[in-house]
Ligand binder design. Structure first.
Ligand SMILES: Nc1ncnc2c1ncn2[C@@H]1O[C@H](COP(=O)(O)OP(=O)(O)OP(=O)(O)O)[C@@H](O)[C@H]1O
Ligand SMILES: Nc1ccn([C@@H]2O[C@H](COP(=O)(O)O)[C@@H](O)[C@H]2O)c(=O)n1
Length: 212
């Protein structure tokens, strides 16, 4: 089974995808990390984020061993990722890697922006996770403070809104729910509540029901 989780920045899709994968014994891929790795490669070489040839080259020489580099987690790399991810040739270069991953037995959970619409349009379960932007900014702020970092909640909110705007309005694979996606608003759910709601969705699909 393939479970596709999409949603805007800091909506909780990664947390949910990880928990679902653990629950079902499936593989998990945070596809945002791929775009972050491409952006980070360009930044490290002081290259322009809109340099298509360099970005495609970075996408083609992606090394999954670098995906857990803590440097990929920063806001700056996230913002840079949303610039390189708008280049169609970069998205094309990363397609096969994601589809191969999705085909891993016994199943896979992928989270990102275009999993249900472009990468895995035939995924059995598609969930589009949303949360109020101010709540997302608050959660990201708490996360940064928890890591002992400084955090400016207003700046984080502005970054989230700018990233959503870019991701929703790009020409190729824009952020949007697939027509057959279930909407999960976790603004007023804790992590456990969100996981329970998602498992209810997966179980309804497995039982052949559309209604949860
Ligand atoms: N339902 C929830 N209630 C409270 N906090 C949550 C909930 N879901 C996620 N979080 C927290 O919100 C923050 C963002 O979650 P997460 O990193 O999973 O989002 P994301 O959508 O994967 O972000 P990204 O845009 O980086 O892909 C994390 O600190 C996470 O622990
Ligand atoms: N399937 C995806 C996943 C991510 N992106 C772009 O990468 C940026 C960073 O993603 P995070 O999930 O780690 O925040 C994001 O803003 C998108 O521009 C994408 O295009 N498609």
């Amino acid at each position: 089974m393939i479970i596709a989780i999409d949603g805007p920045a800091a909506s909780g899709k990664g947390t949910l995808a990880k928990r679902l994968a653990a629950h079902y014994g499936y593989h998990h891929l945070d596809t945002g990390v791929i775009y972050r790795a491409v952006a980070h490669a360009l930044i490290s070489q002081a290259l322009d984020l809109r340099d298509e040839a360099a970005a495609v080259q970075a996408a083609q020489s992606l090394d999954p061993a670098t995906f857990d580099d803590p440097a990929l987690k920063s806001h700056d790399v996230g913002s840079a990722a949303s610039i390189v991810s708008a280049i169609p040739a970069v998205r094309a270069a990363l397609l096969e890697f994601q589809r191969d991953f999705a085909g891993k037995p016994p199943g896979a959970v992928l989270d990102g922006r275009d999993i249900g619409t472009v990468i895995c349009p035939n995924a059995e379960v598609k969930i589009f996770v949303v949360a109020d932007p101010k709540i997302r900014a608050r959660r990201r702020t708490l996360e940064a403070l928890d890591r002992g970092e400084r955090a400016n909640e207003a700046a984080i909110l502005a970054d989230i809104l700018a990233r959503d705007e870019r991701d929703q309005n790009r020409a190729v694979a824009p952020l949007k729910p697939a027509k057959d996606a279930y909407l999960l608003d976790n603004s007023h759910l804790d992590i456990e509540g969100g996981v329970r709601a998602a498992i209810d969705i997966v179980e309804a699909v497995r039982a052949g029901r559309r209604e949860v």
